[in-house]
Ligand binder design. Structure first.
Ligand code: S3P
Length: 438
């Protein structure tokens, strides 16, 4: 594999305006739903990162014509609910848990068998969380030991509607069950133990499919199988998970004043803003509007002295992908930050609790991993070498840490930044974050 190293420079500040690439969750879903819809779906703002390209290649391999009008604009010629064709070879989901889990739901309702494979990291990630409910719906699967990929998915099973009380707050599990539910007899429903991102529900509705939500927090979600999706136009906003790196960067780097444009601020994704505000960040939303069923805003961030906090557990699912860079904010704050209730971080693209604790320790910070979180004592970040373990968000988090460090941080194994943030280095440089490639 092509090993890429990042090298940071101390004393940067972030100034100006930036539009980060499109939302990863919505980009995956636009391909999946556009492919099984009737008619042509036009997508703009698509994230052309490796994860979403894996999803795109998989649907092309199942006979869907997807035209790339530009890097971020697609025309997806939907084949209808029953129009996908058996792929001739295994479908490679690369590094993407979202692609593998959502597609497993969708493929379990097809009339053909399929096999999903992934890279080294994805091949170690837990899939029983989706296999279990999908088996209850009548899906047939073979996996490696412990439910690990490759996943062999048997087609030709008529799925039955099912109610799933989800044991973990996971949008991927919810979405896999709902996508299978499109192909099931009767009603499929889930109850979430904590609110998770609702892009599947919103986008299904955008394609004309009825999805009901109930419960005081909207935690019960249901749909009837056997309907159809009608093509829709999708405007994918900038990804708040990519914007988060710069929210932290502009907070911790002195004299920064940065505006992140057209960022998706779906309330199931804005935990990072809430957490940074609790830490004392100066973050303002401007130009708030609704675009294609999703709220969007420009986010202006100015430097501020952050303070350590106990992160409220109910914010964990709403900021699940942003913790690597939130830990950097904690390292640069005053006092101690404590995270609990976040064991899910141990089964992301890497064990994000341990890998971040190790990286912070290597850069002079007292960070202690716990079973379900971390305790970080703020201090002076120093020069150091960090292994990202091929995890895109760890790599970018430490690139941001460079703004506050008093020496060079060397970050190894950064190639996977391309899974979610193509052009990270060039876009960062355009607002004052200089990172060299080694
Ligand atoms: C995602 C859901 C989250 C998140 C992932 C994208 C999605 O995973 O970490 O990056 O698009 O549904 P979980 O739902 O497993 O927490």
């Amino acid at each position: 594999m092509n090993k890429i190293t990042f090298k940071t420079k101390p004393n940067g500040k972030l100034i100006g305006k930036l539009r980060v690439p499109g939302d990863k969750s919505m980009s995956h879903r636009s391909i999946m739903l556009g492919s099984i819809a009737e008619g042509t779906t036009e997508v703009k703002g698509f994230l052309n990162g490796e994860d979403c390209l894996a999803t795109m290649n998989a649907f092309r391999a199942m006979g869907v014509n997807i035209e790339e009008k530009s890097a971020t604009e697609l025309s997806i010629h939907g084949v209808g609910m029953k129009g996908l064709k058996a792929p001739k070879s295994d479908l490679d989901m690369g590094n993407s848990g979202t692609a593998m889990r959502l597609m497993t739901g969708l493929l379990s309702g097809q009339s053909f068998d399929s096999v999903l494979i992934g890279d080294k990291s994805l091949s170690t990630r837990p899939m029983n969380r989706i296999i279990k409910p999908l088996k209850n719906m009548g899906g047939g699967f073979e996996t490696e030991e412990g439910g690990r990929p490759p996943l062999k998915i048997k087609g030709r099973n008529q799925l039955k509607g099912f109610h799933y009380e989800m044991p973990i707050a996971s949008a991927q599990v919810k979405s896999a069950v709902l996508l299978a539910g499109l192909y099931a007899d009767g009603e499929t429903s889930v109850t979430e133990p904590g609110i998770t991102r609702d892009h599947s529900e919103r986008m299904l509705r955008g394609f004309g499919y009825e999805v009901k939500t109930s419960g005081d927090k909207g935690q019960n979600i249901s749909l009837q199988g056997g309907g159809k999706l009608t093509a829709s136009n999708i405007d994918v906003p900038a990804d708040i998970s990519s914007a988060a790196f710069f929210m932290v960067g502009a907070s911790i780097a002195k004299d920064s004043d940065l505006t992140l444009e057209h960022v998706g601020i779906n309330p199931t994704r804005t935990g990072v803003i809430d957490i940074l505000k609790l830490m004392g960040a100066d973050i303002r939303l401007e130009n708030e509007q609704e675009v294609g069923g999703e709220p969007v805003a420009d986010i202006r961030i100015r430097s501020a002295q952050l303070k350590g906090i106990n992160i409220p557990e109910e914010l964990v699912p709403l900021a699940i992908d942003e913790f690597p860079v939130i830990f950097i904010a904690a390292a640069c704050a005053e006092g101690e930050t404590v995270l609990t209730g976040a064991e899910e971080l141990r089964v992301k693209e890497s064990d994000r609790i341990q890998v971040m604790a190790d990286g912070l320790n290597n850069c002079g910070i007292d960070a202690q991993a716990t079973a379900d979180g971390i305790i970080i004592k703020a201090g002076q970040l120093t020069a150091g070498t960090v292994d990202s373990h091929g995890d895109h968000r760890i790599a970018m988090a430490f690139a941001i840490a460079g703004l506050c460090a008093n020496g060079e941080i060397i970050i190894n194994d950064c190639a996977n930044v391309n899974t979610s943030f193509p052009d990270f280095i060039a876009l960062s440089a355009s607002v004052g974050l200089e990172v060299d490639l080694g």
